[in-house]
Design a protein around this ligand. Structure first.
Ligand SMILES: *Cc1c(COP(=O)(O)O)cnc(C)c1O
Length: 383
């Protein structure tokens, strides 16, 4: 291992998750694979071709730079949808490349019309409705203005979608708010349709919504976290297994993150380990030094709490997580030696370090831990 750590992706897990979600949604509903945040830390260039191999033809990103990465790493033409940020120059380039994007204000619609006209092309837009999230989206008045502007420029605009985002379908506490959002969405859709505008895809659901509220699936679901083998929340998993006879998890985690032992040391009873006085050896112990720290996305809140796998044993982090290193207690692992594999996330032998275990300790969401995995770590794919 030249680098301090590496990430391996399990192709069979990708195949499994795509198949499970497709079966659950049925054949008519389009799956848009959400690959923002470097594909939830998995690596756009590694995972998007796998999604493509298993039949995904629609991709969602947040930044235009991510859209270009998807555009460049797929073999066949696919639909790419930018849900978030793109500047005016990017809007122009997106139109030329046929990349679709959300329109949540009049400024962006005007820019889309301007560049589509200038190049005599069609801008493929997804009108995003403000339905109660109060984040981005056209309110009722703005939708009316948008309809007027589109009517005047109908030859330059394709309404590829009409969408909104729900304010937390992974928790039942948001139930009422979500029902109200859906009501608003339907009302605004009716306005659009009354104006003879029929979006190709009506879409509101992310992973959680698609599982908890089947009505929200409509024509397309923007699936992120579940494609990577994680449930949006424990609640969503419980909701799913409650409808089943067995409670085995149908999703498979794709990602394994591993490093290696850099040095082994004996520490005498009564000595402090690492910075400050956060860990005092209570007996003679053996420690392993691992070249991973918060620089590599390993949260400092895992200090004295996180666990890793070495030689098939679960081992504790002792002391604070440093910028580039963690210290592990390997006193109970008699054969641990320099260069041994250290699993930070994933399986070793019969044991697994789950991202959810991290989240419980560090209060980070599984989304957050994945998104913090540095892009510089080399990702490889194995069967
Ligand atoms: C991230 C995101 C999704 C995907 O959410 P998951 O919970 O990962 O399935 C869907 N829609 C929008 C607008 C998003 O930003």
């Amino acid at each position: 291992m030249i680098d301090n750590s590496l990430i391996t992706l399990n192709e069979n897990a990708v195949k499994n998750n795509v198949a499970f979600i497709r079966k659950k949604l049925g054949g008519k509903i389009k799956i848009s694979a959400v690959v923002k945040a470097n594909a939830y830390g998995h690596g756009i260039e590694q995972i998007a071709p796998l999604f493509e191999k298993y039949g995904i033809e629609h991709y969602s990103v947040f930044y235009y730079s991510e859209a270009l990465r998807v555009y460049n790493c797929l073999e066949k033409p696919a639909t790419i949808m930018v849900m978030g940020w793109l500047c005016d120059e990017s809007i122009e380039d997106a139109i030329k490349k046929g990349i679709e994007f959300f329109v949540f204000n009049i400024e962006r619609l005007n820019a889309a019309i301007k560049y589509a006209k200038a190049h005599n092309l069609i801008a493929k837009i997804h009108l995003e409705a403000e339905t109660g999230m109060n984040r981005s989206g056209l309110n009722v008045d703005e939708l009316d203005q948008a309809i007027t502007a589109i009517k005047k420029n109908i030859e330059y605009i394709e309404i590829a979608g009409f969408c909104t985002h729900l304010s937390g379908a992974e928790s039942v506490s948001n139930h009422l708010r979500i029902q109200n959002q859906l009501k608003k969405y339907r009302k605004m859709l009716a306005t659009l349709e009354a104006n003879e505008m029929h979006p190709k895809y009506k879409h509101v659901a992310n992973s959680a919504a698609a599982f908890v509220y089947p009505k929200t699936r409509m024509d397309l679901v923007r699936v992120g976290i579940m494609l990577y083998g994680f449930w949006s929340s424990t609640e969503v998993f419980i909701h799913y297994i409650n409808s089943k006879n067995d409670n085995t998890d149908p999703l498979k985690r794709i990602l394994k993150w591993q490093s290696q032992i850099m040095a082994i040391k004996q520490v005498k009873s009564g000595e402090f380990v690492g910075y400050g006085i956060s860990y005092l050896a209570q007996s003679n112990i053996t420690t392993a030094l691992v070249p991973i720290g918060y620089y590599s996305g390993y949260s400092r809140s895992l200090s004295n709490k996180g666990r890793v796998l070495i030689c098939g044993c679960s081992c504790s982090i002792i002391g604070v997580v440093n910028m580039n290193m963690i210290i592990i207690d390997v006193s109970h692992v008699s054969d641990a030696k320099v260069s041994d594999e250290v699993v930070l996330i994933g399986n070793q032998g019969n044991l697994e370090i789950k991202v959810s275990a991290f989240s419980e300790i560090s209060d980070e969401l599984n989304y957050e831990i994945l998104a913090h995995l540095p892009e510089s770590i080399i990702r490889t794919v194995e069967k």
